[in-house]
Design a protein around this ligand. Structure first.
Ligand code: CA
Ligand code: CA
Ligand code: CA
Ligand code: CA
Ligand code: CA
Length: 379
């Protein structure tokens, strides 16, 4: 009798814990955030991609991130230029399943910082902090629903500047995109957005040896944004509204300038939503805005100096040794001379479907020689 009573309790406990497990399982949209699982949609994306003729190849790829093969895990790459040893510059990549990975220019993992489900990353240089001028890596962290800031040491090691984190309030509903910006008056900003369209710009301040963030302004968009980037001259903030196009907004917090880039919408037949990662490629002669067009596995290029005229799109195609990139989230580009392999810089793209031959691996990031992209669109 006693035994069966215990059995009933045990069964109940099991049922309750099973229900609990189920309810705490991530929903499909959380777990496979943006990952195209619909076969028809996937086929359409591949078919649309075939219409883009301009192509480049990846010359390196990172080790896969620590995640399951089916996980949407890798998201946003960022480049830290090492001025003392350019060939030892570091690629930081976010892993939405647990942290920030540091890679060398060969794609080898150098470190993994298990700081939570980090979504987007960015690097800013030369922030005056106490007696020092420091480089900072910043991130939107979906585990803590806040902003993380790390000092990047001379050797590229991350050390948290906000040990307690910097949580958002519930007005930002699920933190998402992140970038830095520096206005001509020398102020440094950390900019974060939420899936609900709220964008916040914080001034980064240095006080008594600590770093703090002070709200400078808030912008509300109508639908989900993510990718953001600021111009080197510190005047413009670009925000991708995933199902709408790209906003050009004055970076100064008092600026009211806000316009939608006309060619960045889906009426441009080479662009298929979502608009995802954004990056700016600037050399002595050109400044191009590059956007990941996630719905057709390609990248659209706009000429900043010519009123953001659309120059064309390219894809990262399957090469002999390294596969191409599909369903890219974050991108980043640097025109710094990094190494003999990347003398004019590197373009980084997240790869949603990473294959080594026939074998699927967890997601990773691809490295493209910037010269290949310049050749495609430079007149
Ligand atoms: Ca994704
Ligand atoms: Ca980034
Ligand atoms: Ca997205
Ligand atoms: Ca791939
Ligand atoms: Ca691969």
């Amino acid at each position: 009798m006693k035994f069966s009573f215990l059995s009933i309790i045990l069964v109940f406990t099991l049922i309750i814990s099973a229900c609990k497990d189920k309810s705490s399982l991530p929903t499909k949209t959380d777990e496979h955030d943006e990952l195209l699982e619909d076969k028809a949609e996937l086929e359409q994306a591949y078919n649309l991609q075939k219409k883009i003729s301009a192509q480049v190849f990846a010359s390196k790829e990172t080790e896969p991130v620590a995640a399951n093969i089916s996980d949407d895990a890798a998201d946003d790459p960022s480049i830290w230029y090492n001025p003392a040893q350019p060939s030892e510059s570091i690629i930081f990549g976010s892993n939405k399943k647990g942290g920030i990975v540091a890679y060398d220019l060969q794609g080898k993992k150098l470190a993994y910082y298990e700081v939570g489900n980090v979504n987007n990353l960015d690097v800013i240089y030369g922030f005056p902090h106490g007696e020092k001028s420091i480089d900072i890596l910043g991130a939107s962290n979906r585990s803590s629903q806040g902003i993380d800031l790390f000092e990047i040491s001379k050797d590229g090691i991350l050390q948290s500047l906000l040990p307690e984190g910097f949580p958002m309030d519930s007005k930002i509903d699920d933190v998402y995109g992140f970038c830095f910006g520096k206005t001509p008056d020398g102020k440094h900003y950390a900019i974060i957005n939420g899936k609900n369209g709220v964008v916040r710009q914080y001034e980064i301040v240095s006080k008594n040896d600590a770093v703090d963030l002070q709200l400078a302004r808030e912008i509300a968009l109508d639908s989900q944004p993510e990718g953001m980037v600021t111009s080197q001259n510190g005047k413009t903030l670009y925000i991708g509204e995933e199902q709408l196009g790209i906003w050009q907004i004055g970076l100064h917090p008092d600026s009211t300038s806000k316009s939608l880039l006309t060619d960045s919408g889906e009426k441009n037949l080479n662009i298929k939503y979502d608009v995802e990662g954004l990056a700016l490629l600037k050399t002595d002669s050109i400044e191009w805005l590059i956007a990941s067009s996630q719905g057709n596995f390609s990248y659209a290029v706009f000429d900043v100096a010519a009123a953001h005229k659309y120059l064309g799109s390219f894809i990262i195609a399957d090469g002999t040794n390294i596969d191409g990139a599909q369903e890219t989230d974050g991108i980043e580009v640097s025109s710094d001379s990094l190494s003999t392999e990347f003398p004019k810089g590197v373009f980084m793209a997240q790869d949603g479907f990473n294959y080594d031959g026939e074998k699927q691996k967890a997601q990773n990031f691809k490295y493209v020689d910037v010269r290949a992209i310049l050749e495609l669109f430079e007149k």
